[in-house]
Design a protein around this ligand. Structure first.
Ligand SMILES: Nc1ncnc2c1ncn2[C@@H]1O[C@H](COP(=O)(O)OP(=O)(O)OP(=O)(O)O)[C@@H](O)[C@H]1O
Length: 350
């Protein structure tokens, strides 16, 4: 097997005493001989906006369905808000504090948005009283649907339908909401609306778990993420920490020959304490940056901008001078693609 990238768990928890809202331990789901979720251990803390990411078929929906008790795990545990989901009574108690959108929610097309929410409140055993009416108005305001609440559901756009579905999850004051691909099928404006709404809900103290393919959106809205592949956890951690761990610098040289020499010097050094001594490679200059080095190539060195001076000095001592050094910005999307394209291996979890 080739050199695997070093992957670690950088799980900077919100605080030492942060309350665990969801914990899965060795969570596994088999469909006949196929393992859809494989010994998954994730931890979601109060206040997290937690992104569950993975390629198609990696087990996100299956995990979410187990978290909600819609399907039973083959083995392993789910604890939600301190309740063991394997116990029927405890599961019932937990779910009273959870709102979720897993499949396209079913609303009556001929009723208005407000009437549909009244139905949701009734199914949720809320009393038909002034307090419930006030709560319905409150959630309609929260999802920015108050002005359209008297229109029939059949007239809503996809984005409005999704916001009404979110309103429905909020009616009974959940502590945790779970959203499977909440921006699926939405146009860019709809995606932004949902992102803003998730931010608003988070500021109200609601813990949010969402799965998504929209990695750009996830990066903007999530505080922590788990990346899974073939049902296994690849990495879990704070988004900023994961990305800063991926920091690299890019160096350009006046001639392509110097690029080769610089790479060779960094590679042939005896193993040093500095990571950048070992992790250097020639890469194509990133597009759309206006940076056009000779031969279109750059040297990428695994180092922070603070270590750039040391890299520069190291090369200068050997008579090689970089013409320019820049930081390579890593996006969650890039990180995700690099991680999920690598051979699968299990990380050590903290
Ligand atoms: N009821 C089932 N019976 C058999 N296989 C299933 C069942 N449900 C899911 N699977 C399989 O388990 C794997 C994980 O599916 P899952 O829907 O959890 O993935 P996902 O990450 O949510 O994918 P996507 O991003 O495409 O929605 C897939 O290979 C799927 O075909």
């Amino acid at each position: 097997m080739g050199d695997l990238p070093k992957i670690a768990s950088h799980d900077q928890r919100p605080s030492q005493h942060a309350e665990m809202v969801v914990r899965t331990e060795e969570l596994t789901k088999r469909f006949d001989t196929f393992i859809a979720v494989d010994h998954l251990g994730i931890e979601i803390y109060r206040g997290d906006v937690y992104g569950l990411l993975g390629p198609n078929g990696s087990g996100k929906t299956t995990t979410i369905r187990m978290l909600l008790g819609l399907i039973h795990p083959t083995s392993g545990q789910v604890t939600t808000l301190g309740y063991a989901m394997s116990d029927e009574k405890q599961r019932y108690r937990a779910l009273q504090h959870v709102g979720a959108i897993v499949e396209q929610p079913v609303f009556y097309p001929f009723l208005t948005g407000r009437e549909n929410l009244r139905g949701v409140a009734t199914f949720g055993c809320m009393a038909r009283n002034q307090a419930t009416e006030e709560r319905i108005e409150e959630v309609l305001e929260l999802v920015d649907m108050a002005t359209r609440a008297n229109d029939s559901y059949s007239k809503y756009s996809l984005g409005m339908k999704q916001r009404l579905a979110l309103a429905a999850t909020l009616v009974h004051y959940p502590q945790l909401i779970i959203l499977d691909e909440p921006t699926n099928g939405l146009d860019p404006a709809g995606v932004v609306e949902i992102r803003e709404l998730i931010g608003r809900l988070s500021r109200q103290g609601i813990t949010i778990l969402l799965s998504s393919h929209q990695l750009h959106e996830i990066q903007q809205v999530c505080s922590r993420v788990a990346i899974i592949k073939r049902g296994k956890l690849l990495v879990q951690g704070n988004v900023q920490d994961l990305l800063s761990e991926q920091q690299c610098i890019l160096l350009s040289f006046a001639e392509p020959d110097l690029l080769q020499q610089a790479e060779l010097f960094l590679h042939t050094q005896p193993e040093g304490e500095q990571n950048w001594m070992r992790h250097a490679r020639i890469v194509t200059a990133p597009a759309n940056t206006g940076w056009t080095p000779p031969g279109g190539q750059l040297l990428e060195v695994e180092a922070t901008m603070e270590q750039a001076a040391a890299v520069n000095a190291f090369l200068a001592e050997r008579g090689i001078y970089a013409t320019e050094i820049r930081r390579r910005e890593t996006s969650l999307e890039q990180y995700f693609l690099e991680l999920t394209a690598t051979p699968l291996h299990v990380i050590s979890q903290d």
